[in-house]
Design a protein around this ligand. Sequence first.
Ligand SMILES: Cc1cc2nc3c(=O)[nH]c(=O)nc-3n(C[C@H](O)[C@H](O)[C@H](O)COP(=O)(O)OP(=O)(O)OC[C@H]3O[C@@H](n4cnc5c(N)ncnc54)[C@H](O)[C@@H]3O)c2cc1C
Length: 328
Amino acid sequence: MNRFEWVDATSVNQALAAVTSDSMFKAGGVDLLDLMKDDIAGPKRLVNIRNIQGLNEIREDEQGLHIGPLITLTQIEEHPIIQKKYTAISDAAGRVATPQIRNMATIGGNLAQRPRCWYFRSEDFQCRKKGGKHCFAQDGENDYHAIFDNRTCAIVHPSGLAVPLVALNARLEITSPKAKREVRLEEFFISPEQDVMRENILQPDELITGITVPATDARTAYYKQGEKESFDWPIADVAVALTMQGSRCTKAGIVLGAAAPYPYRAKAAEAQLSNAVINEDTARKAARQAVAGATPLANNSYKIPIFEAIVRRTILRAAGVSAEGVAA
Ligand SMILES: Cc1cc2nc3c(=O)[nH]c(=O)nc-3n(C[C@H](O)[C@H](O)[C@H](O)COP(=O)(O)OP(=O)(O)OC[C@H]3O[C@@H](n4cnc5c(N)ncnc54)[C@H](O)[C@@H]3O)c2cc1C
């Protein structure tokens, strides 16, 4: 690991004033310190944002739910309003890693963490993400890689929180020394075709200063399928948000994680459920649509039936319908 300078910021202005071209922000440090130890990141200055007041609050008003970027995953998991009204978000937070990691990890850092592709994380492989010319996953060990949009770079986006947040149309407030802007979370993440070297639009001098989930009465559910019951990232996960009128769905949000280099909105599945009565049959058809057009690599076509199963079950769970079609 390179030597680096440490700056403690206690306000957004201090943090932004401390930014240089080769500095990085540190929140919980869970991902950043791994990247530094693996020589993937080598900032000359670390700006510690962990103690900034005002970025660590959760509140709800008529506009929706506001989550400060320094809120930890444990705080999200345990928050009574999030548990009750934005269930998919608290469930996703509670399924990340271990209690110790959830106590340290912040939601801002979770959204901006870098991918876990073993070729990207290994110093022995100069992959496209590190300026190389090759994606080693294409003809290598690609069991955990993307099944959509995987030709340039086959990473899957690692953030579990992004999956329900995109399903619920969350927005981010991003602040730089010059300006403040608001973006839809869906547009925050970018594809390898847009820029293979990064996974989001954040510039080095930009700080995520707020996350807003627009007010909603959608019923939500999240499901994470691991390879086994452990602290690891999912092999497939899904969030579903359904706006219901009785048993009929008027609007659906369905987002797959661990499927593409960004949280993957299953638009055809969403359309399938629009104005449909939710039952085993419609959920099954939507689940089939969710994986239509997948382009799996040599070792990961096993993900397709897994996604089909978990999308179907999660739709039914969000709607409160059991597999037999009765209200659960
Ligand atoms: C064993 C293990 C299992 C894991 N399993 C999962 C899992 O299943 N699902 C999952 O989602 N994650 C998982 N994680 C990842 C973990 O959730 C993330 O590393 C963590 O959330 C990062 O948050 P942090 O606050 O520590 O970020 P940091 O490590 O401090 O920062 C990460 C990145 O975000 C940037 N950053 C942080 N905050 C801001 C901000 N406010 N504005 C701009 N940039 C910012 C930093 O500069 C850095 O580039 C796992 C980690 C481990 C070690």
